[in-house]
Design a protein around this ligand. Sequence first.
Ligand code: RP5
Ligand code: MG
Ligand code: MG
Length: 279
Amino acid sequence: STPHTKARCPLYPGSEIHRFPVPDDKVKWETDWPQYKPVSYTAPSVLNKPVWADPEIGLFSPRFNALDGSVDRKSHEGEYKVQQGFPLNPRGRTGLTGRGLLGRWGPNHAADPIVTRWKRDSAGQRMLNPSSKLPVLQFVSIKRKDCGEWAIPGGMVDPGELVSLTLQREFSEEALNSLMADPQQREKLHERITRLFNSPGLEVYKGYVDDPRNTDNAWMETVAVNFHDETGDSVSELPLQAGDDAGQVSWVDIDSTLSLYASHSQFLETTAKKRHAHW
Ligand code: RP5
Ligand code: MG
Ligand code: MG
């Protein structure tokens, strides 16, 4: 796999902290690099002890590479190393130690719902891309409030939560604004999307995410699942409304020119190819 790049972005998100620059050939831990002096940073929002964050190491003894109570500290990437009590990023150096904006030491598990439909013309016919002659897929995309980048409406798996639930919950919160709906409206939305989310989704990715929040000791991992509205009459008919950490929401055509948050365009490439759609 190519070395992570967003996890080495010079300016750490939401801060004025600059990472220690890590060149491509020094990313791997196996490469000896005595001059490596990463910056230590954990955001105040994490040190404030919100429910979703771990304490500092030394104040508790997490069980790494294991299910630690209800917190899943296992990686989809296999066993990760723990050095002097600190878990090590399986993809290598990031120029920053501590947790940055992430709550958990080690893997921070998320789920990414990729909700798709075919792009159709006014007569309802599937539209083909003129050069590839393949049908064009559209996905529900949100504009993240934190960085302004377009992204899949994903979110963190709560302790003990089934990934299948996280996928539906995060989609409802970020793309349908379910948190602001009254209980009755929420129940209606739930009814209307449960059929799609109960359909066997297509798992397109499981593993490390090249996320700009990653550090040497804390990183994002995800399970990305595609739920496809083949006939365009289920979720396609729902009014999208941005909510929670989403500032905007929209159906977006899928192709290789998309520039998205973290490694999200890689997940869409797999989705498009598996569905024999234009990329
Ligand atoms: C990404 O961060 C994941 O792929 C997922 O989309 C997202 C989860 O974090 P939040 O949206 O909760 O910030 O790495
Ligand atoms: Mg969310
Ligand atoms: Mg989110």
